[in-house]
Design a protein around this ligand. Sequence first.
Ligand SMILES: *[C@@H]1O[C@H](CO)[C@@H](O)[C@H](O)[C@H]1NC(C)=O
Ligand SMILES: *[C@@H]1O[C@H](CO)[C@@H](O)[C@H](O)[C@H]1NC(C)=O
Ligand SMILES: *[C@@H]1O[C@H](CO)[C@@H](O)[C@H](O)[C@H]1NC(C)=O
Ligand SMILES: *[C@@H]1O[C@H](CO)[C@@H](O)[C@H](O)[C@H]1NC(C)=O
Length: 435
Amino acid sequence: IPGVAWIECAVWMLYSELPSPPFRVRLVETIPVGLYESDPPSLPSISDSWLSLLGEANSSVHIAAFYFTLRATDLELTEPTDSQGRKVFDQLMQLESKGVKLQIAVNAPQTSTQDTENLAATGAEIREIDLQAVTGGIIHTKLWVVDQKHFYVGSANMDWRSLSQVKEVGLAIEDCSCLAQDAARIFGVYWDIGGRKNGSLPPYWPARLSALSSSQHPLRLKFNGVPAHVYLSSAPPQISARGRTDDLSSILSVIEDAQKFIYISVMDYLPLSQFIEPPRFWPAIDSALRSAACTRGVEVRLLVSCWQHSPASMFIFLQSLLVLNRPPLACDISVNVFVVPSTSAQSKIPFARVNHAKYMVTDRVVYIGTSNWSENYFTQTAGVGLVVNQTGTVVGSGQVTLQSQVEELFLRDWNSQYARTLSDSDVDVCSRHHH
Ligand SMILES: *[C@@H]1O[C@H](CO)[C@@H](O)[C@H](O)[C@H]1NC(C)=O
Ligand SMILES: *[C@@H]1O[C@H](CO)[C@@H](O)[C@H](O)[C@H]1NC(C)=O
Ligand SMILES: *[C@@H]1O[C@H](CO)[C@@H](O)[C@H](O)[C@H]1NC(C)=O
Ligand SMILES: *[C@@H]1O[C@H](CO)[C@@H](O)[C@H](O)[C@H]1NC(C)=O
């Protein structure tokens, strides 16, 4: 339904020479408890950014999520606390009584329905999306839209652990109605699929869900004062409305566009399809990286995660990239493995204590995503990406580009005590005794 925000956005797109409104863009992260203790990072936390988005909500909140477990069910663990998650949950519980419409599109089947049942009891509308029946994948997206004006995208799940025990990176953007409207359109696709109970897709998506931004037609905005070309991409292509850039294409285009360096932080990197038998080799991203490093001389750095669920084959594939460093090829590729240390109490928390961030920064562009880098995340599973391009823009004194902020973030982790260099001769890289 076109609201005021949509009209503002439409007017502004028609007259894009108008000065862009002052969007507030914040790079946000979760640092797991105990990390960087002696030198605490300065980025705002994801939980604070969610609380502030919810505090601003005046009419609507749309959330697309893989699952909801904002409160720990198992609190015999005394040390870790779910207080950040509970605060977010409490604010969500109050929305309907404040006259704010809450709509949640969540992957089906849900493993735990406690949070969504309680929210539904307040009047929130919940739709469970069974993407398995449609594309064979899941809803892995993590996206918030508030008042069709503010939004959040990033790696954090609606999970108390994502706010205190898992390392996450996201972007919270306020007062940016065009981009928020566009994010709401991706949400709208999930909402529509969730409303059909029979696993069908419509013959075509209605125009109200068509993309407002794309690689061909990025929005021209100012991010914290610095001009930027910005667009959202989405996976898988089967559920993309008209004009939507496919998430894999956007990743490949960012890799191909790099001139000096490509820094990638992903939890899992696998040139494979994972969930089909037999698995299939899937070289799309791998080839693009080999080509960048070995034919264009671009420096490639990959920061991946090691925890008890890491696929062992990931490290072998990464070592196959490292082999290319040997002369006479001497391509410039390096891999660091990030381990989040745990106390014995923390190590008992299931599915926690890992670097779950998913982003890429080149010398020119930033990409913030929600997907692991393996085939199914781009061909079957729903995810989103945000591309911010500030190449060649004039940066005033006191201003910083998102690119330089994300580069700094990457280098902090890359050079930290938690990152170990992977060499092509290492064996047993991520065995269980590391935890
Ligand atoms: C919230 O809504 C009220 C009433 O509709 C309005 O007066 C107020 O300006 C709104 N606040 C924001 C931040 O949009
Ligand atoms: C599935 O549901 C949609 C809407 O709920 C309907 O338009 C469509 O005809 C249905 N398709 C089948 C095959 O039953
Ligand atoms: C970034 O912007 C520059 C200048 O407008 C353009 O040439 C380049 O293709 C863009 N890069 C990407 C990855 O979109
Ligand atoms: C991808 O991410 C999810 C959680 O975000 C994780 O459970 C899964 O094991 C990861 N790896 C692959 C290759 O699917």
